[in-house]
Design a protein around this ligand. Sequence first.
Ligand code: NI
Length: 177
Amino acid sequence: MASLRIRVYGDPVLRRVADDVTDIDGAMANLCQDMFAAMYEAPGIGLAAPQVGVSQRFFVYDFGDGPGILVNPEITDSDGEWTYNEGCLSVPELTWEIVRPRSIHLKAYDLDGNEVSIEAEDLQARLFQHELDHLEGRILLDYLDDDQRREAKRILRQRAMNGQGPPAGTGEGLSLP
Ligand code: NI
């Protein structure tokens, strides 16, 4: 199984608006398997295709009750507001209090091409919104105020100069205990 490199802040693919998936084929299914492997190894609970350099609209996730894949996801409704400490595998080791809607309604396709409709709330809604952001070329830094962003960039720059890669223990979309 090929091992995928998780792209980190500074990689232009993280800023691209991903393309719709037009063909769910065997190559994509294989890529998803490799993405799960990279996600579990990180470890994280979600990983969007752009984070492994593939600018297409899908992501994989696992909250602990089995793997899931959502293709061409779309949020059709959202409600409430919730502040939560959020992290990202592409901005390793840093977390911030981020405000997002607490619950969402999401439409997507599964790997068989069937349409799925999901009511998600709390952590699940949080993760799905986080992964959707990746498909839009948005990352957590976009939610910060100027001071926070400056500090984050300073840390990331410092780390890049030291040649440090992504450390273990950062949960994609969530700060794990
Ligand atoms: Ni992320």
